[in-house]
Every structure is written in structure tokens, then in C-alpha cells.
Write a protein that binds this ligand. Structure first.
Ligand code: ZN
Ligand code: ZN
Length: 238
């Protein structure tokens, strides 16, 4: 019975999204789930970027952060900076589901996907910690990945990568501490990822530690390449 309740709440919220007059997830103004002013205020990340971490970088070779400590996966690309209306909209998705908002933001992701000429045999959402997903009800990475994959016609596998260990909150931890925190937290299904080019989708890239931990599990399961692709990123590595 207990597991039915979050499911019911989700279905009700989906229904409400259709019934309620839409309010912009970025600024709260009525009229649309994502208004023209907020769409305009998004700061897209444009090439040239660091080939490793995807941060804006217009010189030869990796950015200073990656020269010192390169990310442990093929590369990361993010569509825009984690700021302003995007920050508020992601908060809406995280705590209220808001399928309509995920749909609107998926168009930003589809644009980013083409801008960086990404390719994939398989797209996977970064899995949420099971306990956290139960209490909150949503995996915002899955909502975004689903909407984006549908828009771009990409093959999506939501269960090929699982979180096998919860992790304490990452908030306030250094890059090294975050890495340690999520090491061995994921497991991938070799039958579905072996020999394939995989892209892991997440909402925000902060240090890249979660994407790296996902990638480690995918490489162990035989993935040919693993890229991280996020809607937003914090302005710089911490
Ligand atoms: Zn707005
Ligand atoms: Zn870099």
C-alpha cells in the first residue's frame, strides 16, 4: 500500500498539470509553463568548450581544471549555466514533477545535443538514490531524459543503470569528497550496455562526480564510450 501512495500523488499531479492554468516554472507568471522572457534569459553554453568537461574554454587543450584533474569519462557537455530561471525551473521539476516543464526544458536539451554534435547508441538517466526518490517521488534526470529522448528519437534505457547504494548528501563537499561519496554506488547491466556508446543524462553538473561514478559502472559493464550530458552546469568546477 505504502508504495502506491507516491504513485497516486504523481498521477494526480500529472492530471493537475493539465487542469490548472499553467504558471511559468522560471518566474511564476501565469500563461505558460516556460515563458518567452525566461527562455530569453537562459545563458546557453556555446562552443568552443573544453573537450573534457564542456566548460566554456577557447584555447588549445584542456581547461586548467581538467589539466589538473581530468574527468574520468569520455567527456561532459552541458546546455546552459545553472542560474536564474533554469535554477528555479529545475527546482520545480525536482519537487513537483511538472512534466509540462520537463517537456519545455527538453527542447533546450535537444538544441544542446545538436550544438555539440553528440551521438549515442543508448541514453540513460543518472539514477536517483532509491530512498530519496521514494520520499520526493521524482527522478528529475529521468523526466528530462525521457522528454529529450522522445524529442530526438534516441533509444532510452531507464533501468540499464541502477543505484545500488544510497549516498549521503553531496551538498558542501569538495570534488574529491564527492567522488569518494559516490564511488561504487552504481551498477550497469552488461547485456544492455556492452560495446555501446552511452550518454548519461542528468539535470545539473556540479563537480561531475556523479557522472564519473555512473561512467565507472558503465565501463565495467563493457560500454564503448560514456559521455555525460546535463541541462545545466554550475559556472565552474569547485
Ligand atoms: Zn517565466
Ligand atoms: Zn575542462
Amino acid at each position: 500500500m505504502a508504495y502506491l501512495l507516491p504513485w497516486l500523488v504523481r498521477r494526480l499531479e500529472e492530471a493537475l498539470d493539465l487542469l490548472l492554468p499553467p504558471r511559468c516554472a522560471g518566474c511564476g507568471r501565469p500563461g505558460a509553463w516556460w515563458c518567452a522572457a525566461c527562455a530569453q534569459a537562459v545563458a546557453p553554453i556555446q562552443p568552443p568548450v573544453c573537450f573534457a568537461c564542456g566548460a566554456p574554454w577557447d584555447r588549445e587543450g584542456p581547461c586548467p581544471g581538467c589539466r589538473e584533474d581530468p574527468p574520468a569519462l569520455d567527456g561532459i557537455r552541458s546546455c546552459c549555466l545553472y542560474a536564474g530561471p533554469i535554477r528555479r525551473a529545475l527546482h520545480q521539476i525536482k519537487f513537483h514533477g511538472r512534466f509540462a516543464v520537463a517537456q519545455a526544458l527538453a527542447s533546450l536539451m535537444a538544441e544542446g545535443w545538436s550544438r555539440f554534435s553528440l551521438e549515442a547508441d543508448l541514453v540513460l538517466p543518472a539514477p536517483a538514490a532509491p530512498a530519496r526518490q521514494r520520499e520526493r517521488g521524482y527522478n528529475q534526470a529521468a523526466l528530462l531524459a525521457r522528454a529529450m529522448a522522445a524529442r530526438l528519437g534516441l533509444p532510452l534505457e531507464e533501468t540499464a543503470l541502477r543505484r545500488i547504494r544510497g549516498a549521503p548528501s553531496q551538498v558542501g563537499l569538495s570534488r574529491a569528497a564527492r567522488r569518494e561519496n559516490v564511488r561504487e554506488a552504481f551498477q550497469a547491466d552488461p547485456q544492455r550496455v556492452d560495446g555501446r556508446r552511452v550518454v548519461v543524462v542528468d539535470d545539473v553538473c556540479t563537480t561531475g562526480a556523479t557522472l564519473e561514478a555512473c561512467a565507472a559502472a558503465l565501463y565495467r559493464a563493457g560500454a564503448r564510450s560514456v559521455w555525460g550530458f546535463t541541462l545545466a552546469r554550475t559556472p565552474r568546477w569547485v
